[in-house]
Design a protein around this ligand. Sequence first.
Ligand code: FAD
Ligand code: SF4
Ligand code: SF4
Length: 489
Amino acid sequence: MSQVDIFSKHAAGSKGTERAPMPTQPPEERVKNFREVSLGYSPETARREASRCLQCRHRPCTKGCPVGIDIPGFVRLVAEGDFAGAAAVIRQDNTLPAVCGRVCPQEVQCESLCVLGRKGQPVAIGNLERFAADWERENREDAASKPVSVNGKKKGKVAVVGSGPAGLTAAAELNRLGYGVTIFEALHTPGGVLAYGIPEFRLPKDILAHEFKELERQGVELRTNVLIGSTLTVDDLFAQGFQAVFLGTGAGLPNLLGIPGEDLNGVYTANEFLTRVNLMKAYLYPQVDTPLYLGKRVVVIGGGNTAMDAARTAVRLGSEVMVVYRRSRENLPARREEVLHAEEEGVEFRFLASPIAIRGDEQGWVEAIQCVNMELGEPTENGRQGVKPIAGSEHWLPADSVIVAIGQGPNPIISRTTPGLETGLHGVLKVAPETFMTTREGVFAAGDIITGGATVIKAMGGGKKAAQAIDRYLRHKNSRLIGQSIGEV
Ligand code: FAD
Ligand code: SF4
Ligand code: SF4
């Protein structure tokens, strides 16, 4: 069928067509394993779903994508069966399509602006992006872009600190622009939250490994186990000949509840818990060295993606899990799909309740958590609905462990050890809006380190823009230096 045939046919019939559902592992099976829950579209389903797209000339969906992917362009190619072409279109703007297709909050980004969503269901843009990226990975080893250098020489050396979505995207873009790039990562495994936070059942780690292999194949150097601010400072990096430094160190420092009993055994921050399971493979203990005690009843505090990941991971480790969230269901910040999957897997939710104390047994292990009921109030300054405790509604819930998932902030190690770096509210780094340069010349930053906890695609969008700003800065600086040396001659 030609392209015209596909679109004239579906444009006439699309209003009545249903969005293709994403096949998943049945809940009763998936709670027993860590394999990916969503199974992906088949080529036939992907083509059928793609052919619902109306190919809107003004591309409203693209405006909802923080990296501006040509959505109608790639969706059209999927509908035509040109999957390699579709993946190539996506890769022009997105280095990690297989990741974003899985974890982007599409329902509030690209898909929220799809015209089909006005009266029915939007095109499943994220599922199609995932399909094209998976097809490319499984079918074409040499698919991604080739290394780019100027006249065979690199333009200069740039250090990228942190290998999460911001650092990885900045590194790929700087490499494409012709710079020699070294990534410095504190952990032994690259990927940031994609590696240590988001569990295998949402984002298989071989996908990440493939992306890093590709980046290294293109010439980017990766140095793990280097904590900048301790092993080396930012000043050491300049002394080693790096002409600019990009900081993509994220927001990995967990917020705490600040309530009595938070230091008891069996209280974990979600970061620690997820790192132990995802990175240190604690679920294989005693075959691995990382123990993890959860017990039968686990209470997770919070309502974001991190809380859902912690709750669903605890279910897979055999516990009964309750999520305690201080606002109502409608206010849950987690992706809708994550909440649905959590409920299917048996996670219980307790809305409008907030923890006020944790009680321990004689050995110092958690045995119960005290909560107070909350009521919704007026919207606050940041637009979210306010909440206040209801006097006299305090009550105890039995718990063998508690996982705290109430947000994260930036780790201050780099700002403390780098003269000239200024921080703003909650410790985020201050940057100039267009140039992403921090208050220290030659040091740039993007991702969660400048926004606080946000999303993968926003961190990637920031990393890409910062890389382009570094290129402008270095070209300007180097042309000034050349001008000066000609003047001196
Ligand atoms: P990070 O991903 O945090 O990466 C920072 C990297 O820098 C880390 O590897 C860290 O080890 C390294 N680093 C830190 N300090 C140093 C140092 N001093 N020296 C060297 N290296 C250093 N977003 C979504 O869009 N969808 C989701 O479904 C989603 N789920 C999430 C689930 C969890 C559990 C969490 C915690 C977050 C989730 N997010 C999600 C948010 C998203 O993952 C982040 O917004 C994103 O990863 C930020 O990217 P980043 O590159 O700025 O930082
Ligand atoms: Fe949508 Fe995210 Fe893909 Fe952009 S990267 S098109 S927001 S799923
Ligand atoms: Fe297709 Fe929806 Fe984008 Fe229109 S808005 S081009 S229907 S994906």
